[in-house]
Structure formats: C-alpha cells, structure tokens
Design a protein around this ligand. Structure first.
Ligand code: THU
Length: 135
C-alpha cells in the first residue's frame, strides 16, 4: 500500500531545493522503489535553457545511478516559486517518455495533488500507445 501523503510530502521537501530563476516555476518529485526507498528530485534550470532538467528526471537519474531499477510510483508537486501548489503538476511529455523506459507502464502510479485532494493515474493513462524501442 503506497503512502501517498508521505510521498507528496517528500516531493514538497524536494521542491524547496529547486533552482528555477528563469521560469520561476519550482517543482519537486519523489520516486518510490518497490523496497520503499525514496529518491527526491527538483528542477534545475540553466541560463542556456536546453540543459535544464525537470524534477522527475533528476529523481530518476539519482535512483538509477545508485543501482535502483524497480520503481512503483512518483509524486510530483509544482507551482510558481513562493506559492503553495494548488493545481496538479503532471509530468511533461519528455519525462513521461523517459519514465516509461524504466517502469511497468500499467502499474506505475503518478501521484499529484489537486486543491489538496490526492489524485493518482497510471503512466499508461498519461502515455497511451507509448513508443517502445525493442533492444
Ligand atoms: N518542470 C518540471 O520539473 N517537471 C514537470 O513536470 C513540468 C515542468 C520544470 C521545467 C522548468 O524548469 C519549469 O518546470 C517550467 O517549465
């Protein structure tokens, strides 16, 4: 049973480290492994723009670089810097694709908060007909 509230709180804590001076939009993510480990990420922008990276892919990169490969959920929160998140922050298309290459699409849960209410969807709902490259 996934503790949605705990994972959202982890994402909120991660959001506090976001570096987003260009967009002013700060995001936090918390990625959960099947063993219960949590990897946090925040967005990190660059003055050159294209190297900027989303919170979700920071969390995923941290986890994979530590040898983790079994992920069951990710919580995401985002809002303008200094504001409390109100609307849900769903992952961008790039993050949906990158996540899809490391998780079971039909069971992996994406957790967001919508005006204080927890919402969960599977990655397959967010990325139907996903591109799969057979290695
Ligand atoms: N961003 C994320 O970190 N995750 C998302 O799911 C959506 C967008 C970041 C990228 C950029 O730093 C800022 O939010 C505005 O797009």
């Amino acid at each position: 049973m996934i503790d949605y509230k705990m994972l959202l709180d982890e994402a909120k804590a991660a959001r506090g480290h976001a570096y987003a001076p260009f967009s002013g939009f700060t995001v936090g993510a918390a990625l959960l492994t099947s063993e219960g480990k949590v990897f946090r990420g925040c967005n990190i922008e660059s003055a050159v723009f294209s190297p900027s990276i989303c919170a979700e892919r920071v969390a995923l990169s941290k986890a994979i670089s530590e040898g983790e490969h079994d992920f069951i959920a990710i919580a995401i929160v985002g809002a303008n810097a200094g504001e409390e998140p109100v609307d849900p922050c769903y992952p961008c298309g790039v993050c949906r694709q990158v996540l899809s290459e490391h998780v079971d699409l039909s069971s992996f849960e994406v957790i967001v908060e919508d005006k204080g209410e927890v919402r969960t969807v599977t990655l397959s709902e967010l990325l139907p007909s996903a591109f799969v490259f057979e290695k």
